[in-house]
Each structure stands twice: as structure tokens, then as C-alpha cells.
Design a protein around this ligand. Structure first.
Ligand code: UD1
Ligand code: CA
Length: 460
């Protein structure tokens, strides 16, 4: 049974932002979201999440309300111990209580599992790390007495430490795990008799030792897991680290990244085999790339599925769309929400699509807008074709049958239906339905004027 307490009341002054610090994103997700996701992975069913909020609490609540989350208010920031005290009434005695921080977003599941293992009836768990420069952190004081040598005795905050203690490189990450019953016993006894006149959560350590418990320590696999974000520089560092991790994972799965340092995933990217991604691509939300998909440079793909063997050329944007197999997209294509391409469809440069079903093998190769359209199989749409889907009030549909051919620079005034194998002459403004197999032309007849003299330049 797990009770999680996430401290998220801090203002984050150094972010210089109207947004509460824990709502600032890493990889497109608020930092607090990362922490809660990790907590849920660790805890499973019977886990209760308590989030201590203060600054900007309404915004935090709005975003993270859920059945398994209780919000606890800390109106004045009287210290980390005081923050946890606010959640005490929610703590179950039999639970293991894990304390996490809303601004330490990248803690791993493995590390939390290790820490969870440190808790028993006789012990509590503390996550520590050795830092070359421990300045600012609470130092871990270990015993030098023979019978308890090396055992953790206390955490001493930087501002309360002696010069000898300041030499200690092992520091408190802040993350700890304690039996609920122990927390209920110790927490009310915290005092603020220290240099910062705060209620220090870290004083629990000395209380545990005084109570005859052992403080068992665990270390994170990577130091970055326990780094907090206090300013935008640290946020950017964690962002890059996160992206590098994601890139490495994808390469392990067999993806070619032409430069893993120029890759961004802000969501969940799933990939088939032999996928190749060129530089500066951004994947947002849930994106699936099938086997052998190639994505050119500078593409942004959001909440979309791309079928096997499809090639997306540079500078294309795909949002909320589904693309079949062996399609050919871009460069400079824009697939807006509701675009569905069947297999082997082609969308060329400077083509915009929206709410459009485009059939097998159909081609829309250049400079075209296709919106609110049903396009059959083997259709060819000439350069500069526009579906005129909007009359200023309502949107209407364009339906094009299999095998139709739309000449260049045509305006298809919706609602309009073009039959199978019909042909629209170039430059036509089509405002009435065109039956199967017909040619539709609507343009002024050409006049040729013999012996036409071009105007000459005036000289004055
Ligand atoms: C704390 C630890 C220190 C540790 C360091 C790791 C204490 C007394 N010290 O120090 O040993 O090395 O973290 O980063 O715990 N918070 C609240 N309410 C409060 C105070 C803090 O919600 O009243 C939240 C903050 O928003 C922040 C976190 O708790 O997310 C840590 O608080 P902070 O003031 O940064 O603690 P440190 O002094 O850095
Ligand atoms: Ca801090």
C-alpha cells in the first residue's frame, strides 16, 4: 500500500512566470505530470496521491484533478516538513509513504522501486547522491562509532552545518520513504529551531535514529534524475537530457536518427523497423510510424499514424491524420486534422488538406487546397485546384469519384459531386455536379487576335 506526497507548493520565483513552476513542461508535459505518472507506475491500484499545493493552486487543481489525487493546501511556506504535515490526515498508517517533488520531474521508476525496498518496520529509506559540488544541499551525516559505523545519523542543512560537515559530498535528494505510522508519530514533533526557522522534513532522519530505526539509503542510477528545476536554464537542461534518453531508446529499437541531438518527442512515438528520421523533426502526442517510414528534415507530426513504407519529405506538417502505406508526402505539405490517406496516395508540395478522405493511389501533387472532401481511387488533382468548401457561413462537401481527372487551376464550388472517370477542364469553376465519364469545362472561350501589336514604351 502506497501513499505518495508530492510537494508542489513552491512559487518558483526564479522561473519569472505567471504559471506555477510545476506546470512548466518537460517534453510537452507539465513537470508535475511526469512525477504523478511515475508515482502511478510504481504504486498500482491501491495508491493514493496527495499533492501539496499553494501558489497557483487553482491552475494545478484544474489540470490534475483525478480520482486518485487529493489536493492539500499549504498557504504559508514554512518548510518541507510543514508541507508534508498538511497531508498527514490523508496518510494511512499501514502504507509506505513516498515523498516526491513536483519540480524534480525525471526520477526513474527503478530508483523509486529501490527506495521502496528500503522501508520496513525497522527502517526508512532515503535517496542520496554524491555530488562534486554539494553546495546548498543537506549533508548526510554518517556515524563513525564502531558499533554503528557508516549508519546515517542525520541530515544537516547547508545553513546549519559546521565547516567539517560542509566537506561531506553525500547529499539529501529530498526524496524519502517512510512507514505511515512512523510519519504520524514523528511529523508532529518537528520544530523550526534552526537557521532558516523552517520545519525541516530532514529532521525526520535524526528522529528515526533516536527511535531505533535504521535509515537505509539508495542512490539514483543517474544524478540527473534528482535534479530540480528552479529556472529556465535548468528546465532546458532537463528537456535536452530527456530528449537524448528518448532518442537513445529509439535507436535501441532500430530507428536511424540522423542526429540524435536534433530530435524532439513531446508525447509517445511508436516505431516499426528501419524507420529513418532526419534532423529537426518534432513528434507531438501519439504518433505511430510503420516499418520503413522515412521522415525528412523539419517535419512536425502530431497525433497521427503513418503506414509502412511511406515517405514524408522535408518541411511537412501532419496533424491528427491517418496516412496509409507507401504514400508520398511533401516537401512542404500540410495535412490538417481529419485527413485520411489510403495506400499509395501522393500529396505534393504546397498542398493543404483538411477533413479529407483520399483514395488509393490518388495524387494531389502541387499547390492545392482539399477540404471537406471525399476523393476516390486513382484520382488526379491538377496543380492549383481549390475545393471552395466555405461560403462564409457553412462548410460543404466535394465528392470526387474513382478515376476522375481535375485539370489545373480548377475551383470546385461545394457542395458538388464529380462522377467516376469524369474530367474537369483546366481553369474551370465547377458549380454543378458532373456525371460519370463527362467532361466539364466552364471558362471563357479563347479569342486569338491576329497581328497583335504590343504597346511600346513612351519616351517623353
Ligand atoms: C531541501 C532539503 C535538502 C535537500 C534539497 C534537495 C529540507 C529542509 N531540505 O532543501 O536537504 O538537499 O531539498 O533539493 O527539506 N516546498 C513546499 N513547501 C515549503 C517548502 C518547500 O512545498 O514550505 C517544496 C518546494 O516547492 C520545493 C521542495 O519543497 O519543490 C524543496 O524545497 P526547497 O525550499 O527548495 O528545499 P531546499 O532548501 O532546497
Ligand atoms: Ca531546492
Amino acid at each position: 500500500m502506497l501513499d505518495i506526497v508530492v510537494l508542489a507548493a513552491g512559487k518558483g520565483t526564479r522561473m519569472k512566470s505567471d504559471l506555477p513552476k510545476v506546470l512548466h513542461p518537460i517534453a510537452g508535459k507539465p513537470m508535475l505530470g511526469h512525477v504523478l505518472d511515475r508515482a502511478r507506475e510504481l504504486g498500482g491500484e491501491n495508491t493514493q496521491l496527495n499533492v501539496v499545493i499553494g501558489h497557483g493552486s487553482d491552475k494545478v487543481e484544474e489540470l490534475f484533478s483525478a480520482d486518485d489525487v487529493s489536493f492539500v493546501y499549504q498557504l504559508d511556506q514554512l518548510g518541507t516538513g510543514h508541507a508534508v504535515q498538511q497531508a498527514l490526515s490523508h496518510i494511512r498508517s499501514a502504507a509506505t509513504v513516498l515523498i516526491l517533488y513536483g519540480d524534480v520531474p525525471l526520477i526513474s521508476l527503478e530508483t523509486l522501486e529501490q527506495l521502496d525496498q528500503c522501508v520496513s518496520d525497522e527502517s526508512m529509506g532515503l535517496l542520496t547522491v554524491n555530488l562534486n559540488d554539494p553546495t546548498g544541499y543537506g549533508r548526510i551525516v554518517r556515524s563513525s562509532e564502531a558499533q554503528s559505523e557508516g549508519q546515517v545519523e542525520a541530515i544537516i542543512e547547508q545553513k546549519d552545518a559546521t565547516s567539517d560537515q560542509l566537506e561531506i559530498n553525500e547529499v539529501n535528494t529530498g526524496v524519502m520513504a517512510v512507514r505511515g505510522s512512523d510519519l504520524q508519530k514523528w511529523l508532529p514533533n518537528l520544530s523550526n529551531d534552526n537557521a532558516q526557522q523552517e520545519y525541516y522534513l530532514t529532521d525526520l532522519i535524526a528522529m528515526a535514529v533516536a527511535d531505533g530505526k535504521t535509515v537505509v539509503t539508495a542512490q539514483p542510477k543517474d544524478e540527473i534524475e534528482v535534479l530540480g528545476v528552479n529556472n529556465r536554464h535548468q528546465q532546458a537542461q532537463l528537456e535536452r537530457y530527456y530528449q537524448q534518453q528518448t532518442a537513445e531508446q529509439l535507436m535501441v529499437e532500430g530507428v536511424t536518427l540522423l542526429d540524435p541531438n536534433r530530435f524532439d518527442c513531446r508525447g509517445e512515438l511508436t516505431v516499426g523497423h528501419d524507420v529513418e528520421i532526419d534532423v529537426n523533426c518534432i513528434f507531438v502526442g501519439r504518433v505511430e510510424l510503420g516499418d520503413n517510414v522515412k521522415v525528412g528534415a523539419n517535419c512536425i507530426i502530431e497525433n497521427s499514424t503513418i503506414g509502412a513504407g511511406t515517405i514524408i519529405k522535408a518541411n511537412s506538417l501532419i496533424d491528427d491524420s491517418s496516412v496509409g502505406e507507401k504514400c508520398d508526402i511533401g516537401p512542404f505539405a500540410r495535412l490538417r486534422p481529419g485527413t485520411n490517406l489510403a495506400n499509395k496516395a501522393k500529396i505534393g508540395n504546397f498542398v493543404e488538406t483538411k477533413k479529407a478522405n483520399i483514395g488509393v493511389g490518388s495524387k494531389v501533387n502541387h499547390l492545392t487546397y482539399i477540404g471537406d472532401a471525399e476523393i476516390g481511387e486513382g484520382v488526379n488533382i491538377g496543380a492549383g485546384t481549390i475545393t471552395c468548401n466555405y461560403d462564409g457561413v457553412n462548410k460543404s462537401k466535394t465528392i470526387i469519384g474513382d478515376g476522375a481527372f481535375i485539370g489545373s487551376n480548377s475551383s470546385l464550388v461545394a457542395p458538388v459531386t464529380i462522377g467516376e472517370n469524369a474530367t474537369v477542364g483546366a481553369g474551370t469553376t465547377l458549380s454543378a455536379d458532373l456525371p460519370d465519364g463527362n467532361l466539364g469545362v466552364a471558362r471563357a472561350k479563347q479569342r486569338n487576335i491576329k497581328g497583335w501589336k504590343r504597346p511600346e514604351k513612351k519616351i517623353d
